[in-house]
Design a protein around this ligand. Structure first.
Ligand SMILES: *Cc1c(COP(=O)(O)O)cnc(C)c1O
Length: 396
């Protein structure tokens, strides 16, 4: 028998905290309990049909059955540059400043291998999408947490980062509109990030996965809209959230050509690109009229308004998100405990904030990825259970 000993990098990942919660969920499911899952960061709506039709046609073309070019189809990269110019007014050279990814998660996970040496520091937001931290750890780097606090509108306070730390940092990860907090960033903030990156020679990696999931006509901007941004960093993007394409695995990264070249070098040694027919479907997606994403937004906005209104009526304090399909809600006790009671008494599943980092403790994330009727039902159950009146949930 071989004794299997996992590599240290795996033991260095943050521990998985939800095993017991998952078990409780599975138990209830087995008993036939009807659970309303508001924990899922994956759109429930289907991919728009023109995209599917295009995939179907492209899949029949034998030319698409081969290995694609490493950097992605030039036609896909051209469609990305046209979309970026139309949407953000940002000009990109499709030959050098754009790279196709197998979903943006893949690129985010690999970028640290392209930039970070063992022992290097990377500035990572907390709470955050867990992949920034994992990528840094896999590259042997050391994640340094930037707390995202409510009093700072969930933006990192760059001035408060120790100067020694800033000097040692090689990479900075940011993500606006933000998962999990739903916060958005202004151009002013991005300008501060560019100035900071210049001063300390740091590569900025901005994750713009939720640029098209916004409310009240508050259009999020691209990091690259800010002067000097292309000199300091890149922006990750995805068709997953914009066009309900999470299962298709297609995304891209744009911006600084040296960073893109370095990531390409990593990827040529790891993967062989995205199925060309999917990239063709991606072209179709990026050429769809704005009306398509407007309709998707309308659905989320209605759900958001129903949930916010419903929870407020039963006394919850809610900060409605300006973008993303998440509500980030303060709770009066440990987030896992809150989620467990909500699950057991109401059959409603939410994500405990502590799963996104230490500074996520005291919050839960509620996703708007179920239909209106289920959202109403969730509110009804919470109201009827009166579980907020329980003494053990009042501990702050
Ligand atoms: C969903 C998500 C992504 C990535 O999605 P892909 O499907 O890999 O493109 C990236 N960043 C954040 C913050 C997300 O929530």
């Amino acid at each position: 028998m071989v004794k299997i000993k996992k590599a240290k990098r795996l033991t260095q990942l943050p521990p998985y905290l939800f095993a017991q919660l998952d078990e409780a969920k599975n138990e209830l499911k087995k008993k036939g309990k009807d659970l309303i899952d508001l924990g899922i960061g994956d759109p429930d709506l289907p991919t728009p049909s023109p995209i599917i039709t295009r995939l179907y046609q492209a899949a029949k073309d034998p030319q698409n059955h081969h290995y694609p070019p490493y950097e992605g189809l030039l036609s896909f990269r051209k469609a990305i540059s046209e979309w970026y110019e139309r949407r953000f007014g940002v000009k990109l050279n499709p030959e050098e400043e754009i790279l196709t990814l197998i979903g943006s998660k893949e690129g985010i996970a690999h970028i640290s291998l392209a930039l970070i040496n063992p022992g290097d520091l990377a500035l990572v937001p907390d709470p955050a999408y867990p992949v920034y931290r994992a990528g840094v750890i896999f590259a042997g780097g050391m994640p340094f947490s930037m707390p995202l606090l409510e009093k700072n509108h969930f933006l990192p306070s760059l001035e408060e980062i120790d100067e020694e730390v800033s000097r040692r940092a090689k990479v900075l990860f940011i993500n606006y509109p933000n998962n999990p907090t739903g916060a958005t960033a202004t151009r002013d903030f991005f300008q501060k990030v560019v100035d900071f990156a210049r001063e300390f020679n740091i590569v900025v990696c901005h994750d713009l996965a939720y640029s098209e999931v916004f409310f009240d006509e508050c259009r999020p901007c691209s990091f690259l809209e800010v002067k000097g941004a292309k000199e300091v960093g890149v922006e990750f993007h995805s068709l997953s959230k914009t066009f309900n394409m999470t299962g298709w695995r297609i995304g891209f990264v744009v911006g600084n050509k040296e960073v893109i070249q370095a990531l390409r070098e990593v990827k040529t040694n790891v993967d062989s690109g995205v199925f060309q027919a999917i990239q063709e479907a991606g072209i179709e997606a990026l050429k769809l009229p704005e009306e398509v994403s407007r309709q998707i937004r309308k659905v989320y906005q209605r759900r958001r308004d129903i949930l916010v209104e419903g929870l407020r009526q039963i006394g919850w304090k809610i900060n409605p998100p300006k973008a993303t399909f998440y509500l980030w809600v303060k709770v009066p006790c440990a987030s896992i405990e809150f989620a467990r009671v909500l699950l057991e008494e109401c059959g409603v599943v939410v994500t405990p904030g502590v799963g996104f980092g230490t500074y996520g403790e005291g919050y839960i994330r509620i996703a708007l990825t179920v239909d209106e009727e289920r959202i109403r039902e969730a509110v009804r159950r919470i109201k009827e259970s009166k579980f907020m009146e329980r003494e053990n949930l009042r501990r702050v």
